[in-house]
Structure formats: structure tokens, C-alpha cells
Design a protein around this ligand. Structure first.
Ligand SMILES: Cc1cc2nc3c(=O)[nH]c(=O)nc-3n(C[C@H](O)[C@H](O)[C@H](O)COP(=O)(O)O)c2cc1C
Length: 186
């Protein structure tokens, strides 16, 4: 079987971003299941210029990002819940996927997408996850049945080194990774 390539996108500029740590945790689980992985965290996302539909020029960072998305067998997209929805930093990267509109694989057609949200309340985890699912469907991607959410006011799932130490979240992350890795689309 050929090695799967899974791309992670997400995080906030805050040091130790829980969103970014969750996305990385899903990628780590995919890697344990045999995938090659690449992460676009806040550092990489900040380097993407603001998406402008009339501008066809692409920076190296934009070209690299789109090339990875094009090659991906699966994606993990993580966002904080900002005002009950996804953050501008993450949405800017998603907007750039418009470049794949005329590809042989249009947008994320046939591509499984694991979704991850961190918010300071359960209501925003739900609304943001739902919003991410709608966005992925509009890009013809397949949101995995398992979405991963955490409430950063109530949960402290990482140790000081950013290692996941929460059993319930670990189970959800392993399940999502299994769904990403096992996805088949004829
Ligand atoms: C601009 C902004 C808006 C936010 N809006 C909400 C919100 O509507 N609901 C909520 O529960 N948390 C909200 N939060 C809190 C973040 O979702 C929360 O701190 C999240 O865990 C941040 O993830 P991080 O650890 O990756 O930075 C907001 C935070 C910021 C900075």
C-alpha cells in the first residue's frame, strides 16, 4: 500500500496554542499509523499573504502550501472558536484553496478532512466545528465522522512540553486518525 500524506493546518499565534497542539496530535497519530505528515501551524499560516482573488501572483509560502494541499491524501484542519466561528488566520489559508478550483481533483474532492476546535466554551466548540464542516463540504471534502473539540477553560489536556495527557481526548484523536487513514473513495 502506498504511504499516505496527511497535511495539518491550524493554530493561533499564542505560544503553546491548544488548537495547534491538537492538530499536531492528530498528525502524530496518523504518523504512528504509517502516514507521512506535514504541519502548517501559526508560524506558516502567518506567512501567507492575505488572500486577494484579483491577485494571481503567489509567494513561495503560498505555492508551498497549495502544493502540499494538492498532494494530500487527507487533511486535518484546526481552528480556535473566535466569536463562535473560525479564525481569520485559518480561513485565509482555506481561501487560498480556491487555487485548486480548476485542478483535476477539484478543491478537496474525495479527500477526508479531520476537524479540530479549541474554544473557551462548549457552545463555540460546537458552532465552530459545524462551520468547519460546512466549509469542507463546500470544498467537496469529506469531514470525518469524529470531530475533536476541547474546552480550554475546563480542560488542560497537555503537559508543560505540549504532550497530550488526556485519555478521553487521546481516544478521539486516535479515532479521527483511523478514519482519515482508512478512508476510501471510489
Ligand atoms: C478574538 C477572540 C474571540 C474569541 N471568541 C470566543 C468565543 O466566541 N467563544 C469561546 O468559547 N471562546 C472564544 N475565544 C477563546 C478561544 O476560543 C480559546 O481561548 C481557545 O481555546 C484558543 O485556542 P488556542 O489555545 O489555540 O489559542 C475567543 C478568543 C479570542 C482571542
Amino acid at each position: 500500500m502506498t504511504e499516505k500524506f496527511i497535511v495539518g493546518i491550524g493554530g493561533t499565534t499564542r505560544g503553546g496554542s491548544s488548537t495547534e497542539l491538537l492538530v499536531r496530535a492528530v498528525l502524530d497519530a496518523c504518523a504512528r499509523q504509517g502516514a507521512k505528515v506535514e504541519m502548517f501551524g501559526a508560524k506558516e499560516l502567518v506567512a501567507l499573504p492575505f488572500y486577494a482573488p484579483e491577485n494571481e501572483e503567489r509567494s513561495d509560502a503560498q505555492r508551498h502550501f497549495i502544493d502540499s494541499v494538492r498532494r494530500a491524501d487527507g487533511l486535518v484542519i484546526g481552528s480556535p472558536g473566535y466569536h463562535a466561528g473560525i479564525s481569520a488566520l485559518v480561513k485565509n489559508a482555506i481561501d487560498l484553496m480556491q487555487d485548486t478550483m480548476t485542478d483535476k481533483r477539484v478543491y478537496l474532492d474525495g479527500c477526508p478532512v479531520g476537524l479540530v476546535v479549541s474554544a473557551a466554551g462548549w457552545q463555540a466548540t460546537g458552532t465552530t466545528l459545524s462551520s468547519l464542516r460546512d466549509i469542507v463540504c463546500s470544498l467537496r471534502g469529506w469531514p470525518t465522522p469524529v470531530g475533536v473539540t476541547m474546552n480550554s477553560l475546563q480542560q488542560k489536556p497537555f503537559d508543560a512540553d505540549g504532550k497530550l495527557i488526556d485519555d478521553a481526548l487521546s481516544t478521539m484523536i486516535e479515532s479521527q486518525a483511523k478514519q482519515l487513514m482508512g478512508f476510501g473513495y471510489a
